[in-house]
Write a protein that binds this ligand. Structure first.
Ligand SMILES: C[S@@+](CC[C@H](N)C(=O)[O-])C[C@H]1O[C@@H](n2cnc3c(N)ncnc32)[C@H](O)[C@@H]1O
Length: 314
């Protein structure tokens, strides 16, 4: 699934106003990861229709531009000369297998993303009893009814943000802190907000122990973003609202990308890109995330509609 539509920021805000409060539940479990090379029916039909309409055979798509140069991962970690935390040297083979079997074997092709997931010790972000499962192909509970996302989803969302070196990124839904660490490993300037204070504190500690210094944490509701640090080149939301939080769109810089799961029972990962006068919207993937709580769940004010004028008496 990959549909593109363009709407103006005003239309996006109007659409956001129309929807109702969020539904309930659900652990993050991706529906079915697309297998490399798999093409869905509309993708197969479109070139055929075009070739019939235009009377020519479909052209191969132009090569995508090369990814930007690799940031220096060490620049993002402790510059104090301290030796790396022992967790970096643990479970290396499991991490490598995860990257090879679950990410590269599907559609994660950005070498920077693959390198970051191979480097960050995911087992450091799960509870001690879950560490043996840390590199498996599914999400895991992290307590307080929350989850650490499936490795593939972390990689997919990171890649979907099309990050450039040193950009400023906002994450809503810190959870375990693993996704924030992956972004930090890429040498980005990371801001992350978590609504459950205990999780925010635990994540801050986990990232700090590993030496990541380029992450700023905040405990609170991320619905209104982090205005003092805006604009952001990219924003990701790792809990599902049923509408696009308007403040997040506002806090995107020109050319900025927002990736978020949208919906309650049926959810879809969506990318919004802010261009001069337009928001370009793309549907990426069916997903299942925990709901975004806080203000996202409150009934939203409906725009006041003018009363229809009373008909003139005949
Ligand atoms: C699927 S988990 C995130 C996984 C996380 N990115 C990681 O790497 O472990 C979703 C998180 O979003 C948080 N969350 C839900 N609503 C939120 C909100 N309004 N503001 C900030 N965080 C929120 C939840 O408490 C939960 O920790």
């Amino acid at each position: 699934m990959n549909g593109r539509t363009s709407i103006t920021p005003r239309q996006a805000a109007a659409r956001a106003r129309r929807v109702q409060a969020a539904g309930t539940i659900a652990n993050l479990v991706r529906a079915r990861p697309p297998v490399r090379g798999e093409r869905r029916l509309p993708e197969l039909l479109l070139p055929l229709l075009l070739s019939l309409l235009l009377g020519c055979t479909p052209q191969p798509s132009p090569p995508s531009p090369p990814p930007p140069p690799l940031p220096q991962p060490s620049a993002s970690r402790a510059a104090d000369g301290a030796p790396p935390h022992p967790a970096f040297g643990e479970r290396v083979a499991e991490r490598r297998a995860m990257v090879h079997d679950q990410l590269a074997a599907r559609d994660i092709a950005d070498p920077r993303v693959l390198a970051a997931l191979e480097r960050v010790p995911r087992h450091h972000f799960v509870r001690p009893g879950e560490q043996r499962q840390a590199y498996r192909d599914h999400p895991l509970p992290i307590g307080l009814e929350q989850t650490i996302s499936q490795p593939y989803i972390v990689a997919f969302m990171t890649q979907a943000l099309r990050l450039g070196p040193g950009e400023r990124v906002l994450e809503i839904g810190t959870g375990s802190g693993y996704q924030a660490a992956v972004l930090a490993e890429l040498g980005l300037e990371v801001y992350t907000i978590e609504i459950v204070p205990e999780l925010a504190e635990r994540a801050r500690r986990a990232c700090s122990e590993l030496g990541y210094r380029n992450i700023r944490f905040r405990a609170g509701d991320g619905y209104r973003g982090w205005p003092e640090a805006a604009p952001f080149a990219a924003i990701m939301v790792t809990a599902a609202p049923d509408h696009v939080p308007p403040a997040l769109l506002e806090q995107l810089g020109e050319g900025g990308r927002l990736v978020l799961p949208l919906g309650s029972h049926f959810q879809e990962l969506v990318r919004l890109e802010k261009q001069a006068d337009w928001i370009v919207r793309e549907r990426l993937l069916p997903v299942r995330f925990v709901p975004m709580t806080g203000e996202a769940m409150q009934p939203r004010q409906q725009p006041v509609r003018p009363m229809p004028a009373a008909a003139d008496p005949p």
